[in-house]
Design a protein around this ligand. Structure first.
Ligand SMILES: *Cc1c(COP(=O)(O)O)cnc(C)c1O
Length: 389
């Protein structure tokens, strides 16, 4: 009964969402803070004052949302954690925001450079469809976001996985060499998952200089707001660069499903063509209102990202004191292991104590734990458990 293409599907397995008991949830890299109060207000007002809008199709191109996203990027430089805050409330709400010196974008990001989709997973899917062919291998790191190989199977795109260096950094030289051999595209997350390590903008620039110019080079910046370096400024130099981003992590919006990409207009148009050939209206009316309100109150999220980064660094210090090996993290998660401790057993023990974290059965990283950074209280609870391990 099934089409033969079903054999190519190897679906992604997300972090578990158990219903049997209430866990402290540090397993899916969600933000521990709620959205800005202004987002709640915007959604409530939208439903209350304009109920008729729910009966109508939403703006298919989410134009107001694209404007709000481009404004936010120009205001922050694309890295929330390092942006400057002035005035506003204690939680950063209504503060004035400006980019740090290091993150200033040397041009204005315009709404035409933005594409928005139903979560960055959908955006990534359309990127695979629009830019990668089945007659050449797509180059990616061996350990990276595990959805990329899933799309490879879905669209029948062969993959060339390049092992990481022994210090868990990307093997940039090998990736570029492979891309040139095949004249093919490249994709990786920066900072990378699950390693939490990032490349500097200069390192990405060096890769772009040497990569095939007529093939798309994708940088997934899902975690960049927690302390990485954004490649957005490089869009002025490279026409083949596509940057995928999401509201799920740093904009406290995993439940609303909003992802986007930033690229030159021609590439944005290609992805829009894919969207219009599949689902004309990916972002519902309420999600558009929520996204717009979030971007307008970006100070709140700058504060949240800074709080997460602070908790992360404190927790890394704690783990290292307790003898764990921990990679430096530029993300909202921590990748760690301890000699003599079985990863699976540690994961189980932590779960029994009511805290969910993530680990992978993937060869090479079985002993590692991936811990999402939560609130101070959540991390204190985890400290109490990990003290014993
Ligand atoms: C979480 C994550 C995504 C998916 O984000 P959504 O917008 O929630 O679909 C994409 N890429 C990476 C690397 C991620 O960690």
């Amino acid at each position: 009964m099934l089409a033969s293409r079903m054999n190519n599907l190897h679906p992604y397995v997300p972090g578990e969402q158990p219903k049997d008991r209430v866990y402290i949830k540090l397993n899916a890299n969600e933000n521990p803070y709620p959205p800005s109060p202004l987002v709640i207000k915007a959604v409530r007002n939208a439903a209350k004052k304009h109920p008729e809008k729910l009966a109508l199709y939403p703006d298919p191109d989410s134009n107001s949302l694209k404007e709000a996203i481009s404004d936010m990027l120009n205001k922050t430089g694309g890295v929330l954690c390092r942006a400057n805050l002035e005035g506003g409330k204690k939680n950063g709400s209504k503060a004035r925001v400006s980019p740090s010196e290091a993150d200033k974008i040397p041009f204005v990001v315009s709404p035409e450079m933005i594409y928005v989709g139903n979560g960055s997973d959908e955006v990534l899917s359309f990127v695979f469809y629009a830019f990668f062919d089945s007659d050449r291998k797509l180059v990616l790191p061996e350990h990276t976001y595990s959805f990329y190989p899933v799309y490879g199977g879905f669209y029948d795109i062969p993959l060339e996985k390049i092992p990481l260096n022994s210090d868990w950094t990307l093997n940039k030289e090998k990736m570029i060499e492979a891309a040139n051999n095949e004249n093919s595209g490249i994709i990786f997350a920066n900072p990378n998952a699950p390693t939490s390590l990032g490349l500097t903008r200069d390192e990405v620039r060096e890769m772009l200089k040497k990569a095939p110019k007529d093939k798309v080079f994708v940088v997934d910046e899902a975690y960049v707001d927690f302390g990485g370096e954004s490649s957005i400024p490089l869009l002025a130099e490279f026409q083949n660069l596509v940057i995928v981003r999401t509201t799920s992590k740093s904009l406290c919006g995993a439940g609303q499903r909003l992802g986007y990409l930033v690229a030159n207009k021609e590439l944005v148009n290609a992805v829009t063509t894919v969207k219009n050939s599949l689902n004309h209206f990916p972002i519902d009316f309420l999600a558009q209102q929520a996204g717009i309100a979030a971007c307008k109150d970006v100070g709140y999220y700058v504060h949240a990202a800074q709080s997460v980064a602070f908790e992360r660094d404190e927790f890394i210090d704690f783990l290292r004191e307790k003898g764990w090996s921990v990679l430096d993290s530029q993300t909202n998660f921590i990748f760690c292991k301890k000699d003599g401790v079985d990863g699976k057993a540690a994961y189980k023990k932590i779960k029994e104590e009511g805290i969910l974290i993530r680990r992978f059965d993937t060869p090479g990283i079985e002993e590692y734990l991936r811990i999402t950074v939560g609130t101070h209280e959540q991390m204190q609870a985890l400290r109490d458990v990990m003290e014993e391990i």
